[in-house]
Design a protein around this ligand. Structure first.
Ligand code: CMP
Length: 139
């Protein structure tokens, strides 16, 4: 059953390029309620754990290096059908394949530096949300 929640990060590229406000505006305009949010930076250990599922992939080192390279915004979002609707809002992993009007089409530069993360399942949304937030930080 859907939990109606997903987890997102505005990644270091989008933060450095000054897109936090515009991305949050797109997210709230699409009907998502922000139930938790923080400005933070992943340590090496954080990134290796968060992306553990990709450990054997050839891009793992690059991914960890990029995700620890600067500050991020982490958030839990609530909306009916949140996981699927948020993935539609952000667009394909590779911005070159992302549909017009999607967040990655508008703000991302490459498959590695793709502006935002969105959970791929309800189960991962719960795991990823708890990775960043304690119960008392979720409203
Ligand atoms: P995301 O889906 O947020 O989490 C896993 C990330 O791995 C993904 O975004 C991409 O940024 C990154 N990724 C996936 N494929 C590649 C690739 N071929 N080269 C570099 N990074 C990748």
């Amino acid at each position: 059953m859907s939990t109606n929640r997903t987890f997102t990060m505005i990644k270091p590229d989008a933060v450095k390029n000054g897109h936090i406000g515009a991305i949050l505006e797109k997210i709230t305009a699409a009907g998502f309620k922000i139930v938790a949010m923080k400005y933070t930076q992943l340590s090496l250990r954080d990134a290796q754990e968060f992306y553990g599922v990709h450990r054997e992939r050839p891009f793992f080192g690059e991914l960890v290096e990029f995700m620890t390279s600067g500050t991020i915004v982490a958030a839990i979002l609530e909306k009916e059908n949140a996981v699927e609707d948020f993935r539609a809002l952000i667009g394909a992993t590779n911005p070159a394949d992302a549909a017009e009007g999607t967040i990655r089409k508008m703000f991302a530069n490459s498959i590695g530096e793709n502006a935002v993360h969105g959970s791929d399942s309800d189960e991962n949304a719960a795991i990823e949300g708890s990775f960043h937030f304690s119960g008392r930080e979720i409203y």
